[in-house]
Design a protein around this ligand. Structure first.
Ligand code: SIN
Ligand code: CO
Length: 380
């Protein structure tokens, strides 16, 4: 399908991704906001949706978390409302994330949407996540620097800032313009007119988080592991010494766990497929029978994956996949069926009918549709 995103993907990935900030003027020409500031404020009313607002009062930064009922006391200027994971609540915003399908799905974090009044911004800061910031309605001046050594500090209990920085991008973004900010690059944006910004964010786990999550997985799934064993050792030559051979065995014990590919794959698949926030799951009412599911697909209705649902498989696996933190398995391996589930945002009838054993997929899909992970929406 032709993408409206004006970006030389191969060039961008080879030269800029994770490396340097970039400005893309008119990346989405004639961009139309998928939601209005009022709709965004509506989402920020919901206690289960993560929102923040940041403002300045006599040159002092202030920040608070939602839900928010009213903005009257904030006046006309110098404040920003930010709502996390709007793609989970708004299909039009999820469509923006789909423009970046050239980046593997597991790297995608969420789409944060902000509305800023003139002068509004969150101040100079550094994120550990990479982000594409797309300018919607209005205009906002963005400054972005290369990675540089900067002091970071709390400008407010809930707001981390960095020192002033040298910018390599300093531009007033207009609707449809976009900047790419790799992790670790300082940036700040202040609206010139009331402005909507869409931050399509990408995550990358660090080793500390990986170890901590793997340890949780072991504690939950493994009753006992091999224990240190020094049968046959010689008498201790130095009572207080930790021999190098002890450390060798400690490493071996730990490495054996990491070298168990099945365990490692299941842990990573389950962990990385967990949704960032509670999903907007709506159970089918009444639930579909297998016959009804087939009938709707045959009728030409498409099944859409709910925004925010993460669904992955390991390279080489044709039966196991991971969804929302759980492991699933097809009764019979079928790489095409796995690809339909995990590679696509939408499933349509003819694709299912073409599988070597459609029932193999449908048996797995039916309970997931009934739980709301996929939903039907007729095409106009
Ligand atoms: C925004 O204010 O829209 C984005 C905030 C950020 O830079 O992370
Ligand atoms: Co940022």
């Amino acid at each position: 399908m032709h993408s409206p995103l004006k970006l030389d993907i191969d060039h961008f990935l080879a030269h800029d991704w994770q490396r340097r900030p970039r400005l893309f003027k008119a990346a989405l020409p004639e961009f139309d906001d998928p939601l209005s500031p009022d709709e965004l404020a509506g989402l920020a009313l919901e206690p289960h949706i993560e929102s923040r607002r940041v403002w300045r009062e006599q040159d002092r930064w202030q920040a608070e978390t939602g839900p928010f009922e009213s903005y009257d006391h904030l006046g006309e200027n110098d404040w920003t409302l930010l709502v996390q994971a709007v793609n989970q609540w708004h299909p039009g915003v999820q469509d923006l994330a789909e423009l970046f399908r050239f980046i593997p799905g597991w790297r995608f974090d969420d789409v944060m949407v902000s509305f800023s009044t003139p002068g509004g911004g969150v101040g100079p800061h550094i994120d550990q996540y990479g982000v594409f910031i797309l300018q919607g309605a209005g205009s906002r001046r963005w400054r972005v620097g290369e990675r540089q050594h900067l002091r970071e500090f709390a400008a407010h209990g809930a707001l981390r800032h960095c020192d002033e920085f040298e910018a390599v991008i300093d531009e007033v973004l207009q609707p449809g313009d976009m900047i790419y900010i790799p992790p670790g690059c300082p940036h700040e944006g202040y609206a010139e007119t009331p402005a909507m910004n869409y931050s399509i964010g990408f995550r990358a786990p660090d080793a500390r988080d990986l170890f901590s999550s793997f340890a949780d997985h072991l504690l939950a799934h493994v009753d006992s592991t091999r224990r240190f064993d020094d049968a046959g050792m010689s008498a201790a030559a130095a009572h207080g010494r930790l021999d190098a051979s002890v450390m060798d065995q400690v490493k071996t014990l730990m490495r054996e766990l990491l070298d168990d590919d099945t365990r490692l794959n299941d842990w990573f698949g389950e962990m990385i497929s967990e949704a960032k926030h509670d999903l907007d799951l709506e159970t089918a009412e009444p639930v579909y029978s297998l016959e009804e599911l087939v009938l709707r697909l045959d009728h030409g209705d498409h099944l859409y994956r709910l925004g925010g649902v993460r669904c992955f498989y390991h390279e080489g696996s044709a039966d196991v996949f991971y969804l929302d933190g759980d492991r699933y398995q097809l009764a019979e391996p079928d790489a095409d069926a796995i690809a339909l589930l995990c590679d696509q945002a939408r499933i349509c009838g003819p694709e299912v009918a073409c599988l070597k054993a459609p029932r193999n997929l449908l048996d797995c899909l039916l309970p997931l549709v009934n739980q709301g992970y996929w939903y039907f929406e007729e095409d106009e």
